[in-house]
Design a protein around this ligand. Structure first.
Ligand SMILES: Nc1ncnc2c1ncn2[C@@H]1O[C@H](COP(=O)(O)OP(=O)(O)O)[C@@H](O)[C@H]1O
Ligand SMILES: [Mg+2]
Length: 152
């Protein structure tokens, strides 16, 4: 595992990074997105889905909790998850997260609710808003991602 930091000066730049990540995504991958409200987690996930071929809108899954995308729209199945509203971790089982990993991938906002469940395999991305409004992305790169990093 190694930590890597990148700075993005616009939402478009973060979206482009997400697209590059999407092009490298494989079944079984988990990407976790950590950072405060408005940091850019959903912006990155939109880029990711675009990189997988999705052309339509990507609503924030804050209320749906899980928004699924599947071929032929995307190159592989992806569950876009936002656990912000999960209070009772017992509700997590109903989401069927592991089923997505059988032939697809997960992008998970607010992964702290998962108590480290995918820590060993997840590409863990933390986004911080810097004083000048740019975003610093700190990546924890697990072994399964080492040959694919840096993505751009
Ligand atoms: N450098 C940047 N990277 C990402 N988003 C940015 C940046 N600068 C401004 N923004 C804005 O910040 C907001 C991020 O919102 P969103 O991606 O929904 O955040 P989150 O999902 O983390 O709550 C968007 O309105 C986006 O346009
Ligand atoms: Mg969000």
């Amino acid at each position: 595992m190694s930590d890597q930091a990148l700075v993005f000066s616009s939402a478009d730049a973060l979206t482009d990074f997400g697209s590059a990540l999407g092009a490298k995504l494989r079944p079984g991958d988990v990407i976790t997105l950590t950072g405060g409200l408005g940091a850019g987690k959903t912006t990155l996930a939109r880029g990711l889905l675009r990189g997988l071929g999705h052309e339509g809108d990507v609503p924030s899954p804050t209320f749906a909790i899980l928004q699924g995308y599947e071929p032929p729209e995307t190159r592989l199945p992806v569950g876009h998850v936002d656990l912000y509203r999960i209070e009772d971790t017992g509700d997590l089982g109903e989401l069927g997260l592991d089923e997505w990993l059988e032939d697809g991938a997960l992008a998970i906002e607010w992964p702290d609710r998962l108590a480290g469940r995918y820590d060993a395999i997840a590409l863990a991305l933390q986004i911080d808003i810097l004083a000048d409004g740019t975003r610093r992305l700190t990546a924890r790169v697990p072994r399964v991602w080492e040959s694919r990093w840096p993505v751009i």
